[in-house]
Design a protein around this ligand. Sequence first.
Ligand SMILES: C[S@@+](CC[C@H](N)C(=O)[O-])C[C@H]1O[C@@H](n2cnc3c(N)ncnc32)[C@H](O)[C@@H]1O
Length: 270
Amino acid sequence: MNETRNDPAGDDPFARLSYRRLIAWPARMRRETPFLEAALAAAPDRSAVDLGCGPGEHARLLASWGVRTVGIDRSESMIEQAREHEGEFGAAGPRFVLGSIDELVVADDRRFGAAFSLGNVLPYLEDEELPRALAAVAAALLPGGVLAGQLLNYGPILAGNVRSLPLNVRPDPADDAAEILFLRPLKPDGDGRHALFFPTTLHLVPGADPPVRLERTKEVRVRAWTWPELDAALDAAGFDERRAYGDVERGEFAPDASSDLVFTARRAPR
Ligand SMILES: C[S@@+](CC[C@H](N)C(=O)[O-])C[C@H]1O[C@@H](n2cnc3c(N)ncnc32)[C@H](O)[C@@H]1O
């Protein structure tokens, strides 16, 4: 696998964001495990690439099952965090690569049975990047390989009906009396195809004055991919058996109501 582009830190929306401490990973992993297992069970080989792997928690879980796993992410700070897990499970890895999905190159004898894009990764790819990324993923998969992903369902967000993701409250590892509040307001960007996302962390210290202090806030513009757009892009990249679900339990996808867009697709056998 090669990596040819390296975002300057100023363009990295995840620089300095301690994503690992902001997510309730054990609960999330419990919820997502059956989805990951089902994708692997349908895959031609127990190997996986985690696209936009973030701090590497999914890659670590997959490697702990003996799945040969590589995570790729274009954020230096994410890859730095992920590398704390590197090689924890011997030959299974996980291994981490700094790079962009659309520039993913995998040698034929290192192709994967499955690819995952979890946690709203694809909306970071713009119109010209998504087709390149899906073609690169198809080439990195074995014939019949499975791509399984999850992003927000942007239908209700673009309509202005959903203005925030749920609030996360996490303990502050540096201070027993304090908590970190992770807010994620959202707003349609007005062009009908993008959304603005404002990941914000607040520090809550009961008894302090003021009790809530802004730690960090940022504006991120994402491509609000809808299922018809993604379905067409998957089709063009050579993926069959394309299915959309409303959650990782694979409930029905309701374009106007589901909070998530979860999908699976299979690389056509050559
Ligand atoms: C919201 S995080 C999700 C991380 C992790 N997959 C999860 O489920 O928690 C999105 C990740 O996608 C990465 N990303 C965005 N665009 C990318 C690209 N073109 N290539 C590789 N990684 C990308 C970001 O750097 C970030 O780590």
